[in-house]
Each structure stands twice: as C-alpha cells, then as structure tokens.
Design a binder for this molecule. Structure first.
Ligand SMILES: Cc1cc2nc3c(=O)[nH]c(=O)nc-3n(C[C@H](O)[C@H](O)[C@H](O)COP(=O)(O)OP(=O)(O)OC[C@H]3O[C@@H](n4cnc5c(N)ncnc54)[C@H](O)[C@@H]3O)c2cc1C
Length: 459
C-alpha cells in the first residue's frame, strides 16, 4: 500500500526547505523527509546574498531573518597581537529603490533553516525526520520511493535536495565531474570564546602553521571557527583539539575557547552534476553542485534552485506542458557553473574582498527557451499605476502568481496560471505587455497579445 503525494522532497537542508515552503504556499501536495533525527546544527553557510534576501522576502521569511542577521563586521588580520590588515569584506551600501537588500548578511545556517521550518509549519507543512529515502524506482507516471521507516510512497516527482553526497544522484548514475582538493581541508566549528570582541571577524595567520578565523555569529553569542589544515593532519574534534589550533595560530593565551557546540571537517570539492533531471527526478542544491565556501554561494545557489523549480513543478502538476520542467536544468546549471568558477577564483586568489559578482542580483535567464525578450531579474522600485495609485514593484510581485504589467487585462488562457495584471501609468506604461514570472524574472515582453497568450499557454 503506497501513500500518494505530488512531490517528494528528499533532504531538509536550506534547498529542500525553500522548495517545501514554496510548494506549501502554492497548495501543492508534497512530503519532505530527512534522514537525520533532528534539524541540523552548525552555522556552515552563513552569508545571505542580496538576491536570496529578495527570495526570502517573497517567501515571507525575511522579517525573522533581518531580526537576527547583521552585515559582516570588519575583518582584522593579525600575526599574534600585531594587526597586519583590516577591512570590510563587502562594500557597505544603502538600500536603493531598485535594490532594497543591498548588503550581504551574516546569519547562521541552522537559524536560516529554523526560520524556513517555522514558516513551513505556519503553512501546515512539517519535515519528517528520521526518514531517509532508501530507494526509488520511476515509471512513466511517477516515482515509487522507500523510506528507512519501512514506508513506501508514490509521488509524481522526486526532488533530491539530499546534499553533496546525494544518494539519489548516485543511484541515477549522474556524473559529478570536478575535483576534490584534498590539500584544502578545513576544521569548522561553532564555539564560545573568551577574550575576543564581537565587533570584528578575527583572523590570525602564522607563517608555516596556517590560518584560523573566528566569525561572531549574528544573533548568537557564538563564533564560527574556521582553520586551515595541513595535508594528513586531522585534529581532535574536541574543545581541547580546537583550542590547540587556536593557540598555535593566534599565539595569544588570553583568547580561549570555552565550548565547542558543533564541529566538522570540511574538504573543498568543486563539482557539477552532468544533468539536473532524470525523468521525474530532479537534483537541487548541493546534490547538483558543490564548491569552495569562498564568496558564500553554496546555500544561496541552492535556495535559488528551489525557487526556480517550485513554480515550474506547480504549473506542470496543474497541467502545463512537461517541457517547462526541462527549463530548470537549462536555467540553473549554467548559473551553478558560473558560481563554481567565481568561488574557485575567490578561493585561489586568497583575497577576503568580495564584490557585487557574489550578490547574485545580475543572474539572468536571458537567451533561454523561457525568455522572450526577457530573462532578467525585475528590480524593485516605485511604480505609478494608471488608476492614480503608486505601487512598489516587489509588493506587486510578492506571492506565487505571475504579474502582468500591461495596458490591457491578462488574456484568458484556459488552464493558464494565475496572473495579476496592473496597468502602469504614463511614461512607465506604453503598449508593451511585460509578464513577470513567479520567481521575479521577466518571462516575456511583447506588444502582441497573441504572443503573450501563447506564452501563458506554455507555462
Ligand atoms: C561543513 C560544511 C561547511 C560549510 N561552510 C559553508 C560556508 O562557509 N559558506 C557557504 O556558503 N556554504 C558552506 N557550506 C555549504 C552549505 O552549507 C551548503 O551549500 C548548503 O547546506 C546546501 O544546502 P542543501 O539543502 O542543498 O544541502 P544540505 O544542507 O547538505 O542538506 C541535505 C539534507 O539532506 C539530508 N539527507 C541526505 N541524504 C538523505 C536521504 N537519503 N534521505 C533523506 N534525507 C537525506 C541530510 O540529512 C541534510 O539535512 C558548508 C557545508 C558543509 C557541509
């Protein structure tokens, strides 16, 4: 006896949770399972890029994130007690009309996941913990999946958000080409420390020994500790083991760790899945791409994979042509390839400076099969409407619908998506119809109502 659902999400990291929240708000039946008995600890992917903040605004979780997140404090590099360099990693910028979230924010990953889980609960969803996906088969109509609980279930689609070691990717035989940099290993931990201010990211370099960094984690009294490791050296995953690394690199006895809350050894992997789709199964997040943490792209790219896939799954489940789901790989795989290049470049340059290329605001799906004179992210901004009111673009876009900016109402398309139409005023208006996808990218910009209707039929 199988239980049925539309979408099975394997893995409740940031990618799986983002997809779950998006499907839940669309009313799509789904289940989300995770093999771990409880939510993950660990501050891991702590940088939230401006574009992810916009996504989180749309998903209704930016409030609790902004309540705890902070910009990255200045970074202070020292040799022992001697400062050798101090600067901010990111430029500080004021919000503009077009970019309401201009700054990379620091927010521990466990808390980002907790906020998403809480939003999911508010929408009536829940992660099934201690429920590993242990096997699956697919046929023309769906996927039959087995869980470690002994249960089996039938889903129309399976999304593997099961992380870099994805069992689903392996079971599908999808290649994960790239390299593992054995020589670039790091010890990572969440620690409490004495003798350190929380107004800086503290970095010590000791020539010949290595580097250690302590990031004061926003919204907590902990630091994320990150230390380079020499090949073949594996530190004890204990408080004293981490204290030894810190003492050796900082050479400052007054800086003392008092607690190790979580720890992990991290090996740099740079890999991209050959395919993101195999029939009714999709790879998302780390299951599809892994790269160095430099530039804070990993979690953010996974969140945006989910944001790209969610509305497409919902539309196809509602009757849109299957081919819409092929555009997920078409749009997201090149983005991941670019992110891999960027994060490898940042890691190789060993520079702490981060530029706007990490913000993910200029990512575009231009030139793809879903872009008809479109593809770019729609910026926020004031928008005077023909009825004399003044709207903000992100207020119009917020929610699971398509948004049409047009002098005419949306054309009727049987079975088509929900479209909210607004007529811009005066110079913003004109005769063009601009349809914005649910993920905030322009789908089509056209003066032809027929072309617009054909596009709506496609999605
Ligand atoms: C130690 C470490 C340090 C990192 N540091 C940084 C950093 O500093 N900056 C940065 O941007 N990124 C960092 N990353 C990367 C970032 O954490 C990831 O990009 C992000 O977690 C990816 O999210 P995800 O949801 O795709 O996968 P994950 O977060 O890996 O989540 C996968 C989930 O799937 C579950 N799962 C696995 N197999 C199964 C199964 N068979 N059935 C059910 N559930 C399953 C796991 O329990 C897990 O909860 C780090 C990652 C690690 C591991």
């Amino acid at each position: 006896m199988h239980e049925n659902t539309d979408v099975l999400i394997a893995g409740a990291g940031p990618t799986g949770l983002t997809l779950a929240v998006d499907l839940a708000r669309r009313g799509v039946p789904f289940r989300i399972v995770d093999q771990a008995p409880e939510p993950a600890a660990g501050s891991k992917g702590k940088g939230l890029q401006p574009r992810s903040q916009e996504v989180f605004d749309d998903l209704g979780v930016i409030g609790p994130i902004l309540a705890a997140a902070t910009p990255y404090p200045p970074l202070r590099v020292r040799i022992g007690a001697v400062p050798i360099w101090q600067a901010r990693m990111h430029r500080t910028a004021a919000a503009t009309d077009a970019v309401p979230y201009p700054t990379v924010l620091m927010h521990p990953q466990w808390r980002t996941e907790a906020v998403l889980r809480e939003r999911l609960a508010g929408l009536g969803g829940k992660v099934e913990q201690s429920s590993a996906l242990t096997g699956f088969e697919q046929d023309a109509d769906g996927v039959t999946a087995r869980l470690g609980t002994g249960q089996s279930l039938r889903a129309r689609y399976l999304v593997a958000a099961d992380g870099g070691r994805s069992q689903v990717r392996k079971a599908l035989g999808i290649g994960f080409a790239g390299e593992t940099r054995e020589e670039e290993r790091m010890a990572l931990g969440d620690v409490r420390a004495e003798g350190l201010d929380r107004d800086h990211i503290h970095v010590w370099v000791r020539p010949g020994r290595g580097m250690v960094a302590l990031y004061p984690m926003a919204g907590t009294d902990t630091f994320q500790m990150l230390a380079s490791l020499k090949p073949g050296v594996t530190p004890e995953q204990t408080l004293s083991g981490y204290q030894r690394i810190l003492a050796e690199r900082s050479m400052l006895p007054r800086v003392r760790l008092t607690e190790l809350l979580w720890s992990s050894l991290y090996r740099v992997n740079i890999r991209l899945a050959d395919r993101y789709r195999s029939g009714r199964v999709f790879l998302a997040g780390d299951a599809a791409h892994v790269h160095p943490p430099a530039g804070g792209q990993g979690l953010n790219t996974g969140v945006q994979d989910a944001y790209n896939l969610g509305w497409k799954l919902a539309r196809v489940l509602a009757g849109a042509p299957e081919a819409l789901l092929d555009t997920y790989e078409e749009e997201r795989r090149p983005v991941a390839a670019g992110v891999l290049g960027l994060s490898v470049d940042l890691a190789d340059r060993k520079s702490y400076k981060r530029g706007e290329d990490t913000y993910q605001l200029s990512l575009s799906y231009r030139g793809g099969s879903l872009a008809r004179r479109g593809g770019d992210r729609v910026p926020d901004g004031p928008l005077p409407l023909a009825d004399g009111t003044r709207a903000r673009m992100f207020d119009l876009l917020r929610g699971p619908h398509f948004t049409l900016l047009s002098p005419d109402p949306a054309p009727r398309v049987p079975g088509g998506p929900e479209v909210r139409a607004y007529a811009p005023a005066g110079p913003y208006g004109g005769e063009r119809h601009t349809l914005v996808r649910p993920d905030g990218h322009v789908g089509i910009s056209t003066s032809s109502v027929e072309e617009l209707a054909a596009y709506l039929a496609m999605v």
